[in-house]
Every structure is written in C-alpha cells, then in structure tokens.
Write a protein that binds this ligand. Structure first.
Ligand SMILES: [Zn+2]
Length: 245
C-alpha cells in the first residue's frame, strides 16, 4: 500500500519520494516480481507465486508522473483506490491544500484505466466508516462506485476501507454494493485472510529503503526492524535445535 509520491520530501509518513519509489520499481523488476491488478487476485490460482499487487490509496496527482508513467514504461500494473469527492481537487483530511494534496483528475483516471491500470473505490469523502450508520456507509460506498463507473464506463469491483477502518456493516455494505474484493491495512499475505472483503496489505512508509521493501516482501509484515528480524531468526534456529533432539 502506497499513497502519494511527491518529488520533494513527503509531508506524510504514508507518502514516499518519487525517486525512492522508482528504486522500489527497479528492485521489483530486477527480482522478477510479477505485478498484477488487485482484481486479478479473485482468481489467484492462475497467478505465478512471485506476484505482487501495488496499490495506491486516495488518488494523489503526483502518482501520475511518479507512478503511472514509469509503470506503463515497464509494462507493469497497479490499482488505485479513489476518493471520488476529491477527484481533481485536494484531499481535505491531509491538512492545508498544497501540491502534495492535489488529486488526480477525471481525464488522468480515464487515461490510466485505458493503459491497463485498475481504478477501485475508496468511498466518496474518506470517512472513518465505523463512525457511520449502515445507511451512511452504504451511501459512501455505492455512490463512489457509481461515480467511478460513470467515468470509466466499466464495472468497478475493488474497494479499500479508508484508514483501514471497518466494522461488520462496512463489510455488508461492500458486499451489497457488489464489490468482489476489498482490502484493509492489516499486514499479511493474501491467503492469510479467507474473507475476500478483508484482504491484507503491507504499508510502505516514507523512509522505506529498497532493503526494507525486500524484508517486507519476505515477511509480509509492517515491522521489519532488525530487532524483530533477529528475534525471528533466533526462534527459527531454536525451533530447529529442539526439532533435532
Ligand atoms: Zn485513504
């Protein structure tokens, strides 16, 4: 899970500088990772084992140059989860408007979709869904889907819960709106969660170097500090010693 990709130092810890993202891309390519759209996980058995899904939440305008163009150049794919009230405007929950809060336009979304990228929904106004009634959640989820379908003239089948926050009503509302897959921000492998409306993701932070990305891809966890890694290997060696007894 990525967010903004500004050219300068990101104001949010969830965004990453565009040149750092390019380094991630080069690494993925060099290591032979196959990038697919989020919706392709619906038929996961058809995919090679070394498959990664790159997702971009909210729909930041800096993703056009920082992500979409490099991806298209390298024949790679990604999925964008768009907050529809903010298309062509600013993300109001990210502080005062600046270049880093500017969002993708209708024309850009169309162009990205035409080039093989996936457009998914991230509600209309980016609320914490758990604070809303079932009816309000349904409005946020269904209306954003309708707006996106009227832009790209295709069925939208993927959804991401804003802030990764959801309750049982949110899952029902996503199901009622006919989404096939939805993702949270809980870390883990795709197959570790059986509910297709609660797919797990790994979060990429501003300071994540290529080596941190590599460890995140190995452990499917957000915490890949050396302290935790040392504990992991120690445990493995320990398990092996006990197993050999
Ligand atoms: Zn978001």
């Amino acid at each position: 899970m990525y967010h903004g990709t500004p050219k300068d130092q990101p104001k949010s810890n969830y965004s990453i500088r565009a040149d750092r993202f390019s380094a991630h891309l080069r690494y993925l390519k060099k290591q032979g990772w196959n990038s697919v759209l989020f919706r392709e996980l619906y038929n996961v058995s058809a995919l090679p084992e070394k498959t990664v899904v790159l997702t971009f939440d909210d729909g930041y305008a800096d993703n056009y140059e920082g992500v979409f163009l490099p991806l298209a150049e390298n024949n790679m794919k990604a999925t964008w989860f768009i907050t529809t009230d903010c298309i062509g405007k600013h993300s109001h929950w990210m502080g005062p408007p600046s270049a880093q809060t500017q969002m993708l336009t209708v024309e850009q979304l169309r162009q990205m979709e035409n080039a093989g990228m996936e457009i998914g929904s991230h509600t209309c106004s980016h609320p914490d869904l758990t604070t809303l009634s079932y009816q309000q959640q349904q409005d946020e989820i269904t209306q954003s889907k309708q707006v996106l379908e009227s832009i790209i003239h295709k069925k939208i089948s993927s959804f991401a819960y804003p802030y990764g926050r959801y309750n049982s009503d949110s899952i029902s509302a996503a199901k009622d709106a006919d989404f096939q897959l939805a993702c949270t921000t809980s870390p883990g492998w795709f197959g570790s969660e059986k509910n297709p409306l609660l797919v797990r993701r790994i979060t990429i932070f501003a300071n994540d170097s290529v080596s941190i990305l590599a460890r995140k891809l190995t452990f499917a966890d957000n915490d890949v500090s050396w302290k935790k890694m040392t504990r992991y290997y120690y445990q493995r060696i320990n398990d092996r010693l006990i197993g050999n007894r």
